[in-house]
Design a protein around this ligand. Structure first.
Ligand code: CA
Length: 332
């Protein structure tokens, strides 16, 4: 069933966004070659429920050994976003995965506020976003400890944290600037944002100045998952058959109603960041994503930068099937 909540991506709202990260090859010294991708997710969890689905997929993949989820950072000012993310990690046995929050943390309330419900009703390590580490500090700390070019970031919300990371200066965690640290440690940034070849999409229009800075200055490969990829891929109804203590099921129940689906903008981005999803997508040719002052975007093939966007090569039902399989996989 298609959710009636088809509002958000094309118009502004009050919520914020994030970034998702997925990991690439890593070669830790003194250990056997490691091929498990390493991922950081930057999310506006609390704005829409597809962030919950995306975190569920990342946790299920982490549980299966398909990815190493390094951290989650939240780019909304809600005090409930970070504990909600922690509740999902905790459900999957990943309470050790750190969750950072954007400051200042306030009492913003979203429509169908599943995030507050998860924070208050499911075990988590934070309880309140005010107790979470600050997002940029967490980014710098986590990135500094990773193999060079070993991290994928998946951005599934606003670009606010990423812009602040790029602008950050040397500190006790690293003597590199934020931009230098990203250039050294990150392999690629997968971004749910924009529309291709052109459009105006929620994640890019909520903090357009940050979007402009990130897209213009990000020093590694960028792959864009546009509005058109996940909009008609419907997932989540099957959560009604999962465990009663599953916070992902609770979030979908609150946001779209038990047994209903939601679009899969963020799920497709995180899934791609982890698995590459051969057979589901191809990459556009290289180009450059031009961000206007209002956050709308236009793709140009020239001059080419290390930027690409996803193009679907499978049906929406096929993509949804793969996502749903992960989304409803029982925790171990
Ligand atoms: Ca999101």
């Amino acid at each position: 069933m298609i959710s009636p909540l088809s509002r958000r991506r094309m118009l502004g709202g009050t919520a914020l966004a994030t970034a998702v990260v997925a990991g690439m090859l890593a070669s830790p010294a003194g250990a056997e070659a490691e091929t498990t991708p390493r991922l950081i997710i930057d999310t506006d969890i609390f704005a829409d429920v597809d962030d919950v689905g995306a975190l569920a997929i990342a946790n299920a993949a982490h549980q299966a050994g398909d990815v190493r989820l390094l951290a989650v950072v939240v780019n909304t000012p809600s005090r409930w976003g970070a504990p909600a993310a922690s509740a999902i990690n905790t459900y999957y046995g990943n309470s050790h995965v750190p969750v950072g929050a954007r400051e200042p943390v306030d009492d913003s309330v979203a429509e169908r506020n599943y995030a507050q419900y998860l924070a208050e009703h499911f075990p988590n390590s934070l309880r309140d976003g005010r107790y979470a580490p600050e997002a940029v500090s967490l980014y710098r700390s986590v990135l500094a400890g990773q193999p060079d070019h070993g991290v994928t970031i998946a951005a599934i919300g606003l670009q606010t944290n990423l812009a602040a990371l790029l602008a950050s200066g040397p500190d006790s965690r690293s003597r590199l600037t934020g931009r230098e640290l990203v250039a050294r440690k990150v392999a690629r940034l997968v971004v749910m944002g924009g529309q291709y070849p052109a459009g105006a999409e929620f994640n890019f229009t909520q903090d357009p100045a940050a979007t402009q800075r990130v897209v213009a200055a990000w020093p590694t490969r960028m792959i864009f998952d546009g509005f058109e990829i996940g909009d008609t891929v419907y997932t989540g109804a099957g959560l009604a058959g999962t465990a009663a203590d599953n916070p992902v099921r609770a979030a979908y129940r609150i946001y779209v109603g038990e047994g209903n689906n939601r679009s899969s903008w963020d799920l497709t981005a995180v899934h791609y960041a982890i698995y590459g999803a051969p057979g589901l997508y191809r990459l556009s040719g290289p180009g450059n994503n031009d961000i206007a002052t209002d956050g709308s975007n236009t793709w140009h093939d020239t001059p080419p930068k290390d930027q690409y966007y996803l193009v679907k090569t499978a049906s929406d039902d096929t993509i949804a099937g793969e996502l749903n399989q992960l989304l409803t996989r029982p925790r171990r």
